[in-house]
Design a protein around this ligand. Sequence first.
Ligand SMILES: Cc1cc2nc3c(=O)[nH]c(=O)nc-3n(C[C@H](O)[C@H](O)[C@H](O)COP(=O)(O)O)c2cc1C
Length: 358
Amino acid sequence: MKLPQLKIGNLIATVPIIQGGMGIGVSLNNLAAAVAKEGGIGIISGVQIGFNEPDFIKDSLKANIRALKREIRLAREKCKKGIIGVNIMTAVNHYKELVTAAVEEGIDLIVSGAGLPMELPELVKETKVKIAPIVSSGKAISVICKMWERKHSRMPDLVVVEGPEAGGHLGFHKDDLSLEPQKIENIFQDVKKALMPYEEKYNSHIPVVVAGGIFSGEDIAKFMDLGADGVQMATRFIATVECDAHKNYKRAYVNAKKEDIQIVVSPVGMPGRAIRNNFIKSLEEGPKKVRCINNCLKPCNPQNTPYCISQALINARNGDIDEGLLFCGSSVDKIDKIVTVKELINELVGDCCQARDK
Ligand SMILES: Cc1cc2nc3c(=O)[nH]c(=O)nc-3n(C[C@H](O)[C@H](O)[C@H](O)COP(=O)(O)O)c2cc1C
């Protein structure tokens, strides 16, 4: 059996795998282009993307916009025909300016979670840019569709359903992460149900991809059989040659065991999954002396935040895995080597097809 394509309007991915956006600086042009070249969708993370620019501390907005535009251009140069998107979290300060910069640079797709991206349709109006919210409940997608329809006469071009096994910030209360209703299979069905009246009304299919804890081709087959149009995966793409993070970060993934995985609370107030290290242990001893880099997130208050999440993520990305925050999905312990994106996608597609043929 061949895998179905993932169609997002006129965009067609021959491999129905989206590489999830990973900030800060973990998914940049190199990883996104490599995935797009193999027929998947490569996503550049826009969060604090200017972290390596000389003026990042002094004028982060300018640095972030310059770096975002450059990363999109470089990804395009490396992969002329593939689909390249950006992930811009709704919770970041200057959300509007970053989305506008990506649109100006001719991005194919904008994916936005960590809040409800209510103003996103307005920001891409009269362009061909596709827009995709990330949600973790049927209720969230209902609210988005209702508001987008009322205010912008527009529906999502794609929906990413992210469950509690994902990496990065999680859209659940810490205590609810392991509850039965929060199982990704149940949330996926709730989201499909919530979309149904809109699909009927507009006589158009809204593709839904599933994210969080997906590791193997067999996992992908399971969700495709349940009716998903594709999957979004992030953790597995970190242990690739092309991933933009430091090699120490990738090695930490290869070395991680089940007991090293821990839920932490981010300054944003949301839980996140990470590899337990010295940084996390030292947080348990009390809040860090915080020097806020540039107040990157709307919900973060530098006066009472226990640590600066930007600094911790930049440390990790740049290879300081003792003093950094190493976000990861729940399947990180299954990773045992670093491979190329081509090898990874071939393995996933081959195993998925085989599982679906059974
Ligand atoms: C290191 C890391 C950083 C992430 N950063 C972001 C981010 O900046 N914005 C976002 O919406 N999701 C982020 N995510 C979530 C991923 O895009 C993806 O949806 C999720 O991790 C999928 O689950 P998986 O990692 O188990 O495959 C991140 C995930 C990881 C592992």
